[in-house]
Design a protein around this ligand. Structure first.
Ligand SMILES: [Mg+2]
Length: 395
């Protein structure tokens, strides 16, 4: 296999954690979600234990329906704090096998194990080790799919739940999934499936046997995407980004406290460059930027700005940080630490590069600078970090 991608997905995660923590819930239908209020409750099921699934209860179902199907079930409100605690254990296990772990949710991740063979053995051996370690440390089971790309690995982890392990040999991706229902395709939402069903598509093979042009004609860009997924084609990378992370930030503590605006602005430049590079590397766009100033006496302020659109270019991040700094800095005091952070994320493989409506006069300036960002990103990856914008060199 050229690439070895694992998709690991915990089995009925919230319900399984509750069953572990409370022996009385073991082997019982446990339903995590809002209060069913004897069938009158609003809200939905978050997770159903496998015992509850036998009654036809599943996640996303209205809690009132779940109550009707399984009135003797054990209904529990989610205890996110506890689930996050366990999630951290699981992710740290993933990270012992590969530095390239991409969290998709609290209990689900891609793990790129290309090149881990010498260290941990064959893909199957790696998956078995992960499963064992998770079970040893949490007493929970996980299902793992192994393939040469992300979308196949994700489909495979679903196939033998719970406690599953499914591997697709290289080159057999298309055949492996062709008889599955189209709802298995990653990227096929409820609406799309409905539309496809109406058009007579039910199995993945119904899509893969069409041409990409036919699918594009039927469903536009999404049609092309689904055609690729159905044919086992997916070259998206695993990006080392924890989807639970809510922000990306960098900060610097000065060796000597300073009130030299020129020096501080220089470091704002460096921090803006670092955070913007990090989100570009992970194909993230951010809408909100914040600066943090800690004065000599440890008094700390943070100030934020939210853009109208998602951005990831250095120039806009730097300019806004500088502006926030100049507007808020009390220059009678010296600064000890400065930080820049980005929050409010969007994920995309595509370039947004949307411009603020009122920023049109800046458009060519920003587009030019975005291209420079990408050229510099590539050069830095190739030649290390010694290549920089002129503005980052001195103050
Ligand atoms: Mg799961």
């Amino acid at each position: 296999m050229k690439r070895i991608i694992l998709h690991a997905d915990m089995d009925a995660f919230f319900a399984a954690v509750e069953q572990n923590d409370n022996p009385l819930y073991k082997n019982k239908p446990v339903i995590i979600g809002s209060d069913p209020k004897m069938g009158k409750g609003r809200g939905v099921v978050s997770t159903a234990s496998y015992e509850a699934r036998k009654f036809g209860v599943h996640s996303g179902m209205p809690i009132s329906t779940a109550f009707k199907k399984c009135p003797n079930g054990i209904f529990i409100k989610p205890n996110m704090k506890r689930y996050v605690q366990i999630s951290k254990v699981i992710f740290s296990i993933f990270n012992t096998f590969s530095p390239l772990v991409e969290g998709l949710s609290i209990d689900e991740a891609f793990i790129d194990c290309t090149g881990c063979k010498a260290l941990f053995g064959s893909p199957t051996e790696i998956a078995l080790k992960i499963k064992k370690k998770i079970y040893d440390e949490t007493k929970l089971t996980v299902s793992i799919g192994i393939a040469g790309n992300k979308s196949i690995a994700k489909i495979l982890s679903e196939l033998q739940k719970p406690d599953g392990l499914t591997i697709c040999p290289e080159g057999e991706e298309k055949d492996f999934i062709k008889n599955l229902d189209i709802s298995y395709l990653w990227g096929a939402g409820k609406k799309t499936i409905e539309i496809l069903n109406q058009m007579g598509f039910s199995k993945i093979d119904d899509i893969s046997s069409k041409t990409i042009q036919e699918m594009s004609h039927l469903l536009g860009k999404n049609g092309e995407h689904l055609w690729k997924m159905a044919n086992g084609i997916d070259d998206r990378r695993v990006v080392e980004y924890d989807s639970q992370a809510k922000s990306i930030s960098k900060e610097i503590t000065f060796d000597v406290d300073t009130s030299d605006t020129k020096q501080i602005k220089h470091f704002i430049n460096i921090l803006s460059d670092k955070v913007s590079r990090k989100i570009r590397k992970n194909k993230i766009f951010a809408k909100t930027i914040s600066i943090k100033l800690r004065y000599q006496n440890f008094e700390t302020i943070t100030r934020s700005y939210t853009f109208m659109n998602f951005i990831n270019d250095y120039i806009r991040i730097r300019d806004k940080c500088e502006e926030l700094f100049l507007q808020n800095y009390d220059n009678s005091k010296k600064i000890r630490l400065i930080g820049v952070s980005l929050t409010n994320f969007s994920f995309s493989d595509k370039e947004y590069n949307q411009l603020d409506l009122f920023d049109m006069n800046q458009s060519s300036y920003i587009i030019n600078n975005s291209s420079i960002d990408h050229i510099l990103d590539d050069m830095k990856t190739k030649y290390g970090c010694k290549i920089n914008r002129g503005s980052l060199l001195k103050f």
